[in-house]
Design a protein around this ligand. Structure first.
Ligand code: SAH
Ligand code: SF4
Length: 341
C-alpha cells in the first residue's frame, strides 16, 4: 500500500504550501494543477514534460500522482462504460460514463458500500465499508472523463453510497468540481435518500446545484418496507424540501423505482399525486434494475405506462429514466464489486 498522499488529497492549500516550502516557484503549483485537471490521460509525475527531472523525482518522493488506479473500463453495447477503480486499501469504487444527447453524464460514488441498505439496491447489501475521500472522488471523476473532457459534462452523484452521510468530503469534492474541473453548478445533481441536515447544508453551500431525493413510495409504511433504515419520515422530509425550493428555486426531483406489484398501482399513483400536490417538483420513475439475488421484479410495461399517464393527466412533471449500463452491472443499484463484501 502506497502511504504517500495523492495530489488530489492535498488540493489546494497543502499542495501550494509544499511548493513554497520546497523552494519551488509558485507557478509550478499552477502547472501541476493544469496537468491534473486538463490532461486526464497523464497518470504519473514522469509524464510532466515541462517539469525538470529533479522536481519530478522530488514530487514522486512526496506524493503519489493518483489515490487509485483504473483497473478496468468495461464498455456496454448501449455506449456507456463502467470503470472499476482500485483504491489503495484494496477496496473498489465504480463509476459509469454515459453518452447522452449532446453531452456525457458521469455517475460517481461517495462511499464504499452504503449503511442504508435499501432492499432493492445491491450497493448497500453488505453495509458501509468506509467513506471515500474528496481526493478519491476527484480521481475517480478524472479517470471517468469522456473523450471531450470535463466540457459539457453532467455529473450525477448517484453511485454507491449516501452522499450526505459523507458531507464534508462531498463538499470539498464539489468545490474541486467547480474550481478545478470547471463543471458548472447547474450540471451537477446529488441524490439522497433523505438526510435532512445534509439537504439543509447543501442548499446553503451549493444553491445552484440540483437535488434528487429517493422517495420510492407515497406513504410511510410502504417506504419503510423498502428502505428500513430511511433517515427521515416523509412527513419530515417534505417540509425540508419545500424550504429547500423556497431558498434555491431549484426544482427537486423525486426518484421512484418502479417495483412490480409493490409500489406501481393506481393506488400509489393517486397517493403520490396527493402527497406532491401544490409542490412544484419533478418525478423521475426508474424502471427497477435486476440485482443479484434480488427479491423484487421490475414493473410490467403496462403498469409503468399507466402510472406515467395517471401522473401526466394530473399535470405532474414526470419522466422515465433511460437505464444505461445494465449489461455491465453499471445501472442504478447494481454497483458493488465483490471485493467490498
Ligand atoms: N444513496 C443515494 C444515491 C445513490 S442511489 C440514494 O439512494 O438516493 C441512486 C438511485 O438509484 C436512487 O434513487 C436509488 O434508489 C436507485 N436505485 C437503487 N437500486 C436500484 C435498482 N435496483 N433499480 C433501480 N434503481 C435503483
Ligand atoms: Fe444506499 Fe442509495 Fe443504495 Fe439505498 S439506494 S442502499 S441509500 S446507495
Amino acid at each position: 500500500m502506497d502511504a504517500l498522499p495523492s495530489i488530489s488529497e492535498e488540493l489546494y492549500e497543502p499542495l501550494k504550501s509544499w511548493f513554497s516550502l520546497a523552494g519551488e516557484k509558485p507557478y509550478r503549483f499552477r502547472q501541476l494543477t493544469d496537468w491534473y485537471f486538463k490532461r486526464p490521460e497523464v497518470k504519473s509525475f514522469q509524464e510532466l514534460a515541462n517539469f525538470p527531472k529533479a522536481l519530478r523525482e522530488k514530487l514522486e518522493r512526496n506524493f503519489s500522482f493518483l489515490s487509485l488506479s483504473l483497473e478496468e473500463a468495461k464498455p456496454s453495447p448501449d455506449g456507456s462504460q463502467k470503470q472499476t477503480l482500485l483504491l489503495r486499501d484494496g477496496f473498489v469504487t465504480e463509476t459509469v460514463t454515459m453518452p447522452m444527447e449532446g453531452h456525457y453524464t458521469v455517475c460517481l460514488s461517495t462511499q464504499v458500500g452504503c449503511p442504508v441498505g435499501c432492499r432493492f439496491c445491491f450497493s448497500g447489501r453488505h453495509g458501509l465499508k468506509r467513506n471515500l475521500t474528496a481526493g478519491e472522488m476527484a480521481d475517480s471523476l478524472r479517470c471517468s472523463l469522456p473523450p471531450s473532457g470535463s466540457e459539457s459534462l453532467n455529473l450525477v452523484i448517484m453511485g454507491m453510497g449516501e452522499p450526505f452521510y459523507n458531507y464534508k468530503a462531498l463538499k470539498a469534492f464539489l468545490n474541486i468540481c467547480k474550481d478545478g474541473f470547471g463543471i458548472g453548478s447547474r450540471r451537477v445533481t446529488v441524490s439522497t435518500v433523505g438526510v435532512l441536515p445534509g439537504i439543509e447544508r447543501f442548499a446553503a453551500d451549493f444553491p445552484q446545484m440540483n437535488l434528487a431525493v429517493s422517495l420510492h413510495a407515497p406513504r410511510e409504511e410502504l417506504r419503510r418496507q423498502l428502505i428500513p433504515r430511511a433517515p427521515s419520515e416523509i412527513k419530515e422530509l417534505l417540509p425540508v424540501l419545500k424550504k429547500y425550493f423556497a431558498a434555491t428555486k431549484r426544482l427537486v426531483t423525486f426518484e421512484y423505482a418502479m417495483i412490480k406489484d409493490v409500489n406501481d398501482g393506481v393506488k400509489e399513483a393517486k397517493e403520490l399525486c396527493g402527497l406532491l400536490s401544490g409542490f412544484d417538483c419533478k418525478v423521475n420513475l426508474i424502471p427497477l434494475n435486476d440485482v443479484p439475488g434480488g427479491e423484487f421484479k421490475p414493473s410490467a410495461k403496462e403498469n409503468l405506462e399507466r402510472f406515467v399517464n395517471y401522473l401526466r393527466e394530473r399535470d405532474m412533471n414526470v419522466t422515465v429514466r433511460r437505464s444505461l449500463g445494465g449489461t455491465v452491472g453499471g445501472a442504478c443499484g447494481q454497483l458493488a464489486d465483490k471485493r467490498n463484501n
